[in-house]
Write a protein that binds this ligand. Structure first.
Ligand code: SF4
Length: 335
């Protein structure tokens, strides 16, 4: 199979949790053997809604690299890079901003949803930077000539916006850029401990890959269960219990029996939670162990990011050369 190029990444705004693990990281581990993978640490994008907290963004850069290394993403197979160290992305963003209308950005369903979620940051008036982040994402993708973009369904409008920008660019300046395709893969969205559709730091409902057994235990003990169960022998409904939901992820072989016992009133919630704590802890143990290795070797982590960024910069420079030539911005080429 011909190797294609993938672009994926994360905003460094917090450590990665089991939602990321099941939603995208496992997929990355699988895809790294099939395609050439570039993984962006999207620090510039993180600043669009954290512009007043640059420390938070900076401090989380190495955390998310360590999280990814610890789940088995191999720095010899993928290229990790820092978005802010690739000035070509910022340049492309400026060029592409002429190809998108404000009305089109405001209509983008992903942007609309995110603006609504961030009212406490922006109030009634969103910043130019945040509204324009799909344009910057189009720059991220095209700078590396990536054609496969793993996303969740909620992000499909961003890929469509990128494809529109590429088509418009090519129709005005000549065939230069490649249209990317969204890759839905097995991207699962994992619910939070409180039953919220989304797991997230700001929601306080996440289990992090770096959580200790004690932290996991505290969190699972507070997870939402079937509220109608008062006594141990009350028949339960595992369909509305977050403990059963996580057993489905971490106790695959036992989950059927667990649900049957719950429905028949033959299972206590405390014992059920303890079993889950044990299974999550066992599952995350090798990940935590690997993370520990990198926590003790910050120089190695820095080196991985630096080397990857240098490689990415070279790729982006090639694209920039083609883009500037197409846009007649190659003034001194013959000098
Ligand atoms: Fe949930 Fe387990 Fe209690 Fe059933 S027994 S309600 S699955 S915690």
């Amino acid at each position: 199979m011909e190797k294609k190029r993938i672009l994926t990444g994360d905003r460094p705004t917090g450590k990665l949790h089991i939602g990321h693990y099941f939603g995208s990281l496992q997929n990355r581990v699988k895809l790294q053997d099939m395609h050439e993978t570039f993984i962006e640490v999207a620090d510039v994008q993180a600043l669009t809604d954290n512009f007043n907290n640059p420390e938070k963004v900076k401090n989380n850069v190495k955390e998310i690299i360590m999280d990814q290394l610890s789940v088995g993403i191999d720095p010899n197979k993928v290229t990790f890079f820092l978005q802010s160290m690739i000035p070509e992305i910022a340049e492309l963003t400026v060029f592409y901003s002429n190809l998108v209308t404000i009305a089109r950005l405001e209509r983008n369903p992903t942007v609309k949803t995110e603006i609504a979620q961030k009212r406490e940051i922006f109030g009634e008036s969103v910043t130019y930077g945040f509204l324009g982040y799909p344009v910057s994402q189009a720059a991220d993708i095209t700078a590396f000539n990536a054609t496969i973009i793993p996303v969740g369904e909620d992000q499909l409008p961003l890929i469509e916006q990128c494809r529109e920008i590429v088509r418009k660019f090519n129709s005005i300046y000549g065939e230069t850029l490649q249209e990317p395709q969204a890759y839905l893969g097995e991207n699962k969205r994992i619910k939070g401990l409180d039953g919220n559709e989304k797991m997230g730091k700001s929601l306080g409902n996440a289990i992090y890959l770096s959580d200790s057994e004690e932290e996991i235990s505290k969190k699972v003990m507070s997870a939402v269960t079937d509220p109608s169960r008062i006594k141990k022998d009350d028949p339960g409904n595992p369909n509305i219990c977050m403990v059963a939901y996580y057993h489905n992820l971490f106790s695959k072989e036992e989950v059927e029996a667990i649900c049957e016992e719950c429905k028949a009133g033959r299972r206590g919630c405390v014992a059920c939670k303890k079993q889950l704590i044990k299974n999550i802890t066992e599952h995350l143990a090798p990940i935590r162990e690997k993370r520990c290795y990198y926590e003790q070797r910050p120089e190695e982590v820095k080196e991985i990011l630096m080397e990857g960024t240098l490689k990415a910069r070279k790729e982006a420079a090639i694209t920039m050369g083609k883009v500037k030539e197409a846009m007649k911005l190659d003034y001194f080429k013959e000098v």
